[in-house]
Design a protein around this ligand. Sequence first.
Ligand code: ATP
Ligand code: MG
Length: 318
Amino acid sequence: MTTDPTLAELVDKATATRTGPAYGHDALITCDRLVRVFSTDGVEVQALQGLDLLVRKGELMALVGASGSGKSTLMNILAGLDTPTAGAARVADHDLMAMTARDRLHYRRKVVGFIWQQTSRNLLPYLTAAQNVALPLQLAGGRRRSRARAERALELMELLQVADCRDRRPHEMSGGQQQRVAIAVALACDPAVLLADEPTGELDSHTAQQIFAAFRTANEELGTTIVIVTHDRAVATEVRRTVAIRDGRTSTEVLRRSEVDETTGHETLVAREYAMLDRAGRLQLPAEYTRALAMRDRVALDLEDDHITVWPDDSGHS
Ligand SMILES: Nc1ncnc2c1ncn2[C@@H]1O[C@H](COP(=O)(O)OP(=O)(O)OP(=O)(O)O)[C@@H](O)[C@H]1O
Ligand SMILES: [Mg+2]
């Protein structure tokens, strides 16, 4: 039996013809026109309004954006704690729209690791650091014996330089030590993705640097893909890719590449800001650019060999 294609199928087909393989086919995290609407007391809040984001395997990236722009909403969806209202989200071949309760539990235990801003929320207060790190391994089951679990826990704590805290309970550790143990807990089951929502929010800038170094170690030594939400400018400038979210959508992206100074041999990161171009060809121009040239409602475009020029509307019609 054949049925007429739905509008969505027609759009998908048109998109596929235009752009080749399916959107995000080679990405570890794919958010495709992700929407999350919260309804409380009859009031609707559109926290995510068609957000597109691709993250490749092995990336260490930062997400920034004003308060209320939708960062935590996105992280909670990626962590499997919340479900989107519409759109598609995939992480390491798991379709986040179509998970059963059982899949969700497996996903949260083995596929993603999560670190919260509140240090107290990441660790169980009555367990030592070593017991906290071994707990996810125990919950995940499998054949690992208690001794092997303890060894793995110690190995991770050594990697994150908190092995000396192994017999301490959270209240006997500094905030920075607690967050590094929290990273070890999140890494225990060798997740494909580590998600951290403002992990340095409660720490001073020096300690924040140490936490950031711990994420970098996890990324470089274990190859874990890491997404960090941060307000910390210093953290945001240390990663190669920073994506900004505005009103529930990705708006701009800064990519940094290293350049080596030929005389001094010093390596520095050179940044360039990009605007997002969605699959329908929509481009968001920065407000300061459009304001500077009084661009509104309509602009004129010229296609050149290697670029496109955008002109203010000079047609004289309004
Ligand atoms: N459970 C909820 N119920 C109702 N509204 C919510 C809920 N969670 C978030 N929101 C709303 O969704 C929007 C996005 O919130 P979100 O927490 O994702 O922002 P954020 O970017 O993380 O902000 P911040 O930087 O302050 O942490 C906000 O308007 C918020 O009030
Ligand atoms: Mg938040």
